[in-house]
Design a protein around this ligand. Structure first.
Ligand SMILES: [Zn+2]
Ligand SMILES: [Zn+2]
Length: 422
């Protein structure tokens, strides 16, 4: 791809790196994306119209603070965005018959404090996070930069292209929340061919992984136990102990993961209970993450967790509530025809390609990939090789910015193959 787009990607990555916003809080980021994409001439959808079921939304107080921080970019049309309906979908119809080709990029940063030492490139070069305690520590700043530069290239070259282009800028990937919301909006665009990507994750610099598989399906949930507090000295029998109900459930949940057919994981990662040394705890909450490599296992595990929680609650006469706060799909297959074709196209263009790398974690782009395939389209995930400084989700995380040009070059070659006028 021409040098100007590569430079644009680096420039945008560095701008976005300074304003890392966590899931459902990507207000400034969304406004930035809207303004740039609008300038390029894209048809945009944003705000409530691109959202449906939103899991794991922070409370209102968070948005009051964000309003204050972002008031310099406020416009009335961004009201929904300021309320947490973040993300944007940009489309271009070339007017020529062809496929709807889509690209998905994620927006959110993490609650990680960025290293301030000079050995950390963003700090040394002056584009480290301006928001203490938040950081783009997974490379999503790079993903968005690729998305913007690619959208720019597509618009400039639209006379050479056919079909429809869809750029999906999805919020709240961390905690696997945004994809579900976009899919349930009722207005998610039809897609024939979906490309997804992630920078780093162990892929060598200069290499492209084609046909990533091994995404574990994941559910994040909060389990609430409502009991009855009482004086632990003079009326202990009047208490209904929520802490003990939660603790009983926590132990039992960890025993549920034995499946012959595949992988299952359960983790009780959070437990809060109790208000005082001399009070029978009346309220408790567990934060639970379930994962599996097959939907059947994940849904069975979910069912058994619910039964376990009911049982534990009954032992201590508690009431319970389950709140879903994130979900991603199991995705452990490769569209062989699509992957083989893309591999050939990239190899013929001189790229170093690795087939079917294993992701080994969860990513909610799998929700979009599964939906596109169920609707008769095709989906492919690419890993963009990049040397990393520090691990993903750590304060010293950084990636070799040559990955941006690599992704742009690969996407140009793929677009010219799948969506060029011949
Ligand atoms: Zn991440
Ligand atoms: Zn990520």
């Amino acid at each position: 791809m021409e040098q100007c787009y590569r430079e644009e990607a680096v420039k945008i990555r560095r701008i976005l790196h300074t304003i890392p916003e966590e899931g459902w809080q990507e207000v400034r980021t969304t406004v930035f994306l809207i303004r740039v994409l609008e300038q390029y001439g894209y048809q945009l959808q944003y705000g409530k119209e691109i959202h449906g079921v939103r899991y794991g939304v922070p409370d209102q107080k968070v948005y009051e603070k964000l309003h204050e921080r972002n008031k310099d970019v406020y416009e009335e049309r961004f009201e929904d965005v300021f309320q947490g309906y973040t993300g944007v979908i940009a489309q271009l119809d070339t007017g020529r018959e062809g496929e709807a080709v889509a690209f998905r990029f994620d927006l959110d940063g993490l609650a990680v404090s960025e290293c301030s030492g000079k050995e950390h490139m963003p700090s040394r070069e002056g584009f480290a996070s301006q928001y203490p305690g938040s950081m783009h520590a997974c490379g999503h700043d790079g993903h968005m930069a690729v998305g913007i530069a690619l959208a720019h290239w597509v618009m400039v070259h639209k006379e050479e292209l056919k079909g429809r282009f869809v750029f999906i800028f999805q919020p709240a990937e961390e905690g696997v929340r945004g994809a579900k919301s976009m899919l349930t909006s009722g207005r998610f665009p039809h897609i024939d061919r979906l490309f997804a990507m992630h920078i780093g994750l162990g892929m060598e610099t200069g290499k492209i992984g084609v046909g990533t598989r091994g995404f574990l399906g994941s559910e994040h949930m909060n389990l609430y136990f409502h009991g009855q507090p009482s004086h632990s000295g003079n009326a202990p029998e009047e208490g209904k102990n929520a802490l003990l109900a939660a603790a009983t459930a926590a132990l039992a949940i960890h025993s549920l993961t034995q499946y012959r057919a595949g992988i299952a994981r359960a983790n009780v990662g959070i437990m809060h209970a109790g208000t005082g040394h001399n009070v029978v705890p009346g309220e408790a909450v567990l934060g639970v993450n379930l994962r599996a490599d097959q939907e059947e296992i994940l849904s069975d595990l979910h069912r058994r967790v619910e039964e376990t929680v009911k049982g534990a609650a009954q032992m201590f006469e508690n009431q319970t509530e389950l709140e879903m706060i994130g979900v991603s799909a199991c995705y452990d297959h490769v569209n062989e025809a699509f992957a083989a074709q893309a591999e050939k196209v990239l190899k013929d263009a001189g790229f170093a390609v690795e087939r079917d790398p294993v992701f080994g974690a969860s990513e909610d782009v799998t929700m979009l990939m599964r939906q596109v395939e169920e609707d008769g389209g095709e989906a492919l995930h690419l890993m963009i090789g990049a040397e990393l400084a520090g691990n993903h989700h750590s304060g010293s995380f950084d990636f070799d910015e040559s990955a941006l040009a690599l992704a742009l070059d690969a996407y140009e070659v793929l677009i010219r193959y799948y969506a060029a006028v011949r």
